[in-house]
Design a protein around this ligand. Structure first.
Ligand SMILES: O=C(O)[C@H](O)[C@@H](O)[C@H](O)[C@H](O)COP(=O)(O)O
Length: 258
């Protein structure tokens, strides 16, 4: 493992090794937080992540994780119907969540009706309201400055252009600080309408695990080098921190220019 400034990282020879490590990391934190607080708040993203998480569906994890104590959120979501193949909710439900015993009422998706209508602004406002209610119910604590919710673990991915969640380079959402959840209607990655946690919320998590596997683009290893060697803050993912630990899991291809 390598460490620079606040960032730690591991490079894995294969995606499979990365998935095994991701399962271990997640299972360890699940056990820790379930023991300490009686629940575990996990934030998912879209993309390849759900595939990599599938190691949790295998022994020894599937039967040892206290799934009933999990509370699941999305760091970003595409504003479309739940049944739409673009939906991050559908991706996670079909590939992972439906296969473990997380109570339905612990799975916090965006509003079904506004999502189907494509109303990103309302979806963002209602998702923020949902988080605020969970803070009142003591499911999510606030971070020490009292301004933002503090999730236990966020599992993130980075796009080849250096975006994370739905915070894209050259778009204003990265600067939003007065909201917990914001929205975009012209996302360069399709589909265009999305909601996303704001940067201060993302960085308030106790643990952030960013997993990046390069799928034959030249841009991805360049963005990784730009972040790790030059801390190029034009790339949203370069801003990632966390309260306890910011961990990057890279495959060999993504790390090829380091
Ligand atoms: O909904 C989304 O599009 C995502 O949440 C997005 O931020 C994703 O995590 C990255 O684009 C990485 O995606 P890949 O893992 O597919 O490269």
């Amino acid at each position: 493992m390598t460490e620079a400034r606040h960032r730690k990282w591991h490079v894995f020879q294969t995606k499979d090794e990365l998935s095994v490590a991701m399962a271990k990391y997640t299972a360890h934190l699940s056990a820790k937080f379930c023991k300490e607080k009686g629940l575990f708040t996990v934030v998912l993203s879209g993309g390849g992540l759900i595939d990599w998480l599938c190691k949790l569906l295998e022994p020894p994890y599937k039967d040892s994780i206290e799934w009933s104590k999990w509370h699941v959120f999305w760091v970003d979501e595409r504003v479309c119907a739940y049944e739409d193949p673009d939906s991050n909710y559908k991706l996670a439900m079909d590939g992972f969540l439906s296969k473990v015993g997380i109570p339905n009422e612990h799975i916090y998706a965006i509003d079904k009706h506004y999502a189907a209508d494509g109303n990103a602004e309302h979806c963002a406002a209602l998702y923020e309201e949902c988080l605020r209610n969970l803070v009142k119910q003591d499911i999510i604590p606030l971070c020490p400055n009292g301004k933002y919710p503090q999730f236990d673990l966020q599992l993130l991915g980075m796009g080849p252009d250096g975006h994370m969640a739905s915070l894209f380079p050259g778009h204003p959402q990265i600067n939003v600080k007065d909201k917990w959840v914001t929205y975009i209607t012209d996302s360069p990655k399709l589909p265009p309408r999305r909601i996303t946690f704001t940067l201060p919320v993302i960085n308030s998590a106790s643990y952030n695990l960013m997993a990046v596997c390069d799928d034959h683009t030249e841009q991805c290893p360049r963005s990784i080098a730009d972040i790790f060697k030059h801390n190029n803050l034009a790339l949203p993912a370069a801003h990632l921190t966390a309260h306890v630990e910011t961990m990057w899991y890279l495959d060999k291809a993504a790390a090829s220019l380091l």
